[in-house]
Design a protein. Sequence first.
Length: 370
Amino acid sequence: MDLKILAHNVRRLRVAKRLSQSDLANIAGLSLPAVKSIELVKSEPRIRTMQAIAKALDVKLQVLFQPVRELRTVRFRAAKRMQNRENVLAEVAKWLDDFNYLEQCLNERKQFKLKEARASCSRARLAEAAGLCRKKLGLKSTEPIHDICGLLEQAGVKVFPVPMASDSFFGLSIGEEDGGPAVVVNVWERISVERRIFSAAHELGHLMLHPDAYDVTKVDESKEEEKEADRFAGYFLMPDDGFRKEWNEAAGLHFVDRVFKVKRIFRVSYKTVLSRLLEKEVVDKSIWMKFNIAYQKKFNRKLSFKEEPMGIDQAEPFGMQRFDFYEDRFRLLTREAVEKDKISLSRGAEMLRISTEDMQELLQNWEVIL
């Protein structure tokens, strides 16, 4: 038993659940000194004690003794310091190991299609950099991206959706040296799908523009790099040629409806559309106030900066739906590995982070239509 690994895992999982040492002791039916002793590596605990802690933390007993691979080439920033940053990285490392294992055993490894293009992506010419990446991925100059997850995964970029209750963390990315490239996107229910799509493109921007910034020890944001990644994402999702075409063709619509139509075509936020108008200097900064006034007059409700506009029928929002951002390659590889007896059903459930019962039900659903 490696007591240091045990101590690290207990503390990491406790913090992830936002429990104090006293909270954990109460839930596990242990004394506070017993929990402190484990985390300070003072003595070897009894197996009964560890079973109680595992149950309190809602994990399998073996999880407490498994070493966690440390990622190094990571770009992980957040607007606020995150208490559970360490646990997020541990979960990402495990997912990356599972993903790479599936690719290897099924011989379905995908090469990073944009690797050679990275040297030609200039931080001084962000629209050109985004255009170059789009061209390398076979997109036309006016073509919207209908499936950002599928596009990135076909380009050799792994996508990991993680639901995390945080309005200050949208995503992170991992370099090739740690098993990537990969992007992790927060899919918490309060984060709009438009924001999720934008975050994926934003992290691709970092992969292409800021390869030297991939250092897990760095936690402070670079405002300059964030703005560059934002502009890259805007041009990647909504290229100028396509924007001009759709914006001009919608010239007869009400201002708000015109913004709605363009945002829906390119699967971006209304803020991305207004920012492009502002960047092209066809409007001034008062456009934000004018849009909100026009929206309120048209729909009789104010629009929060953090939300996406809603239509007349509140059941049919103009915003995206969750299936507009849906990663499916990891699930597909897991299905193939199970069906080809490369992994067991229980291992597949573990990889997908679901129970064995749910995995059995999923298997039945797979068999409905081959």
